[in-house]
Design a protein around this ligand. Sequence first.
Ligand code: ZN
Length: 167
Amino acid sequence: MSDLRELYQEVILDHSKRPRNFGELPEANRQMDGRNPLCGDKTTIYLKVEDGVVREAGFVGSGCSISMASASMMTEAIKGHTVEEAEALFRRFHDLITGSPMNAGASEDRVLEQGRDLGKLAAFSGVCEYPARVKCAALAWHTLKAAIEGQTDAVTTEKPSSEGGRP
Ligand code: ZN
């Protein structure tokens, strides 16, 4: 394991133990729940969006260290940025953690290089090697996107099952 990988693990551990921006945001004007049933991760994202800019971001939730660290770092990353920038960041983050398409077959150096200008979010570059954890890392971001778009249904990383008799 490279030193950088070790550093990345420390960053994730730190954010999962001491999540930033954790707590309900009373002044939020966007709010969305997200669930990752595969792992049991839950999150609620709060945003205060004004003039197309994410002024404040917060979250509450529970789950594995990847999901908690991802939500924590996401709220830090998007605060003060425009909605468009936040969505662009999500696309790049998603490419990073799914290892596609830019990373397909790329060397570790290449992956690390790609993540460099994502700042701390690059800590999740190792997640692409563990497909089961990708949804943990992406949950907060999918929930963010739904909140920005003003969707009303809670986000789930799994398709709704046929159980429960939905028409
Ligand atoms: Zn998880």
